[in-house]
Design a protein around this ligand. Structure first.
Ligand code: CP
Length: 309
């Protein structure tokens, strides 16, 4: 299909055909980044600005590398050292970056809707690199890409998303992507971090991880996002680990080929035992590599590139 959207803001509004176009194009880019010469000229002459008003390692670096692999000029703007510190608004900052000929603005922001807000005000193409607890659409694309790559398909697979669902933009984007592609999704976590209203997203809600594990094809573990929580959601970290941490003992209840995923950053010994994060079932670092291919695909398609297969 021909890509017609100016911006890449969420998974919720994407059709299945659009999701599959990104995944197929990312597949082609994954082959390209495995070559000795990894660069292609698709975005030569274009300027990409990485505007990250929240910490990031994986997303920021992989967008930067993706843009460079496509031959774009790349500029990084962080909160520290920018005129945000002098009281400049997000809108004014973005308009100034556009006045400096930015063709793409990739934004991470603590406010839900920040990317949409800019997309409605800029001619530049806007990509959401995570907005508050709303969405993280390229994370969902790399997660579904990884499942498809490892298991052959997403359709019919049982995916557990475990932990802090309430404050997770990854959970929301993953739910949209996985359910659109036909996966069976079960959310697992304490009731304080997993309200009943999530059931309206065509998923199951469970609070007993031990019961959910044996049927899972994929376990996607989430970090507890203390930075977005205004009050404690459980009595102590030890108590959380005892009920929701993926330990060796719990892992023994899983299917032999279960995929262990995590969007990162990992808190070793909390949501996952360290050995398991580094073990044979873990695809956590493959997710990161796939993020590069997915972000190349998104930049390329927004730039008017024809879908690749
Ligand atoms: N998964 C993810 O968004 O990681 P970063 O916060 O390091 O970008």
């Amino acid at each position: 299909m021909n890509w017609t959207r100016k911006d890449f803001l969420d998974i919720r509004s994407l059709s299945v055909a659009e999701i599959e176009t990104v995944l197929d194009t990312a597949r082609a880019f994954k082959d390209i980044i495995a070559r000795p010469i990894k660069k292609v000229p698709s975005l030569r002459g274009k300027t990409v600005v990485n505007l990250f008003i929240e910490p990031s390692t994986r997303t920021r670096v992989s967008f930067e590398l993706a843009a460079k692999r496509l031959s774009a000029d790349v500029v990084a703007v962080a909160q520290e050292g920018s005129s945000f510190k002098k009281g400049e608004t997000l809108k004014d900052t973005a308009l100034n970056l556009q006045a400096l000929q930015a063709d793409y603005l990739i934004i991470r922001h603590s406010a839900a809707g920040a990317a949409q807000f800019l997309a409605e005000r800029l001619d530049a193409r806007v990509i959401n690199a995570g907005d508050g607890a709303h969405e993280h659409p390229t994370q969902a694309m790399l997660d579904t890409f990884t499942i498809r790559e490892q298991l052959g398909t997403v359709s019919g697979k049982h995916v557990l998303i475990v932990g802090d669902i309430l404050y997770s933009r990854v959970a929301r984007s993953d739910i949209w992507a996985l359910t659109k592609l036909g996966a069976r999704v079960t959310l697992v976590g304490p009731a304080t971090l997993l309200p009943e209203h999530f059931r309206a997203m065509n998923v199951s809600v469970a609070h007993d991880l031990d019961r959910a594990l044996p049927t899972a094809d994929v376990i996607n573990l989430l970090r507890i996002q203390h930075e977005r929580q205004s009050k404690a959601a459980f009595p102590s970290l030890g108590e959380y680990i005892s009920v929701y941490g993926l330990t060796r003992e719990r892992f023994a209840r899983c299917k032999p080929g279960v995929l262990i995923m995590h969007p990162g950053p990992i808190n070793r010994g909390v949501e996952i035992e360290s050995d398991l994060a580094d073990g044979a079932n873990s695809v956590i670092l493959q997710q990161v590599t796939n993020g590069l291919a997915v972000r190349m695909a998104v930049l390329y398609l927004l730039g008017g590139g024809a879908a690749l297969e």
